[in-house]
Design a binder for this molecule. Structure first.
Ligand code: HBI
Ligand code: FE
Length: 286
């Protein structure tokens, strides 16, 4: 099963997973017996380190939902998670061999099926990995699928993605996914917190995104997000901030067709572009 070339957010290297095992919808059974004791230990150590970094950096909803994953001392079986997840928000996790093309990805999300890569990084990649592995997907993405508002947003994103594909606007929409579901920040009463999976599953980026003075942090503006390129192999230099998941859901509910038309007429912005009329949220919040 050849993987189509265009997957936004994929590294240049060929994908790592065994795509021959995937079906037409790119899902595959979780090869649970293929995990070695070292794999389970890698998962346990990643979970332990990351969970210790969450207080004061991860949003309240994530911290409240994380225990729903249930298992922390070994790689969970997807069925063990689905028992709880389906009851909570009618989502289920399904195995995939890694990054999959846009349309299969959007189709899964539109059907409340979250694709979880079924391999785990090697011990040598403990501190950083470019492609999403099972720890990034399970620890980073799945807890917020227990939150009803966020769970509905992700499904709506999948539905919007299928429309975007029809309009040739996948690249624009993938920027929205990147700067929200992957690298989004939320402003709570007690300060800025992370809700994006790429931040929540990374030890270094969790501190960089929430506490460093380096990056700029802008209020979530959909047009600005859709114009802004992103970097897949280094910390972000721009983060976008919401005040609630309801805000994210409401801002992404409209039909984006006219916005795609407008954004196409504007020059894209570099990931670190700073426009003089923009105000950094951190400066305002501090
Ligand atoms: N595939 N398995 C997987 N996981 C992702 O997060 C993912 C993907 N394919 C494409 C993709 N993300 C991004 O291009 C989204 O913006 C669609
Ligand atoms: Fe991800």
């Amino acid at each position: 099963m050849a993987v189509e070339p265009v997957i936004y957010g994929a590294s240049e290297r060929p994908p790592r997973g065994d795509y021959a095992r995937a079906g037409a919808d790119y899902t595959c059974a979780q090869a649970y017996d293929s995990y070695t004791p070292a794999d389970h230990d890698t998962y346990r150590r990643l979970y332990e380190r990351q969970a210790a970094l969450l207080p004061g950096r991860a949003c309240d909803e994530f911290i409240a939902a994380l225990p729903s994953l249930g298992i922390k001392d070994r790689i969970p079986r997807f069925e063990e998670i689905n028992e709880r997840l389906y009851k909570a928000t009618r989502w289920e996790v399904v195995g995939v061999p890694g990054l999959i093309p846009e349309v299969p990805f959007f189709t899964l999300l539109a059907n409340r099926r979250f694709p979880v890569t079924d391999w785990i990084r090697t011990p040598a990649e403990f501190d950083y990995i470019v492609e999403p592995d099972i720890f990034h997907d399970l620890f980073g993405h799945v807890p917020l699928l227990f939150d009803p508002v966020f769970a509905d947003h992700v499904q709506a994103y999948g539905q919007g993605g299928l429309k975007a594909h029809g309009l040739g606007a996948c690249e624009l929409l993938s920027r929205l996914y990147w700067y929200t579901v992957e690298f989004g920040l939320i402003r709570q009463k007690d300060g800025l917190r992370a809700y994006g999976a790429g931040i929540l599953s990374s030890p270094g980026e969790l501190q960089h995104a929430v506490q460093s003075r380096e990056p700029q942090r802008l209020p979530l503006d959909i047009e600005r997000v859709m114009r802004t390129r992103y970097k897949i192999d280094s910390y972000q230099s721009t983060y976008f901030v919401i005040d609630s998941f309801r805000e994210l859901f409401d801002k992404t509910a409209p039909d984006f067709t006219p916005l795609y038309e407008r954004v196409r007429t504007l020059p894209p912005l570099a990931a670190d572009a700073r426009l003089d009329h923009e105000e950094d949220v951190q400066a305002v919040t501090a």
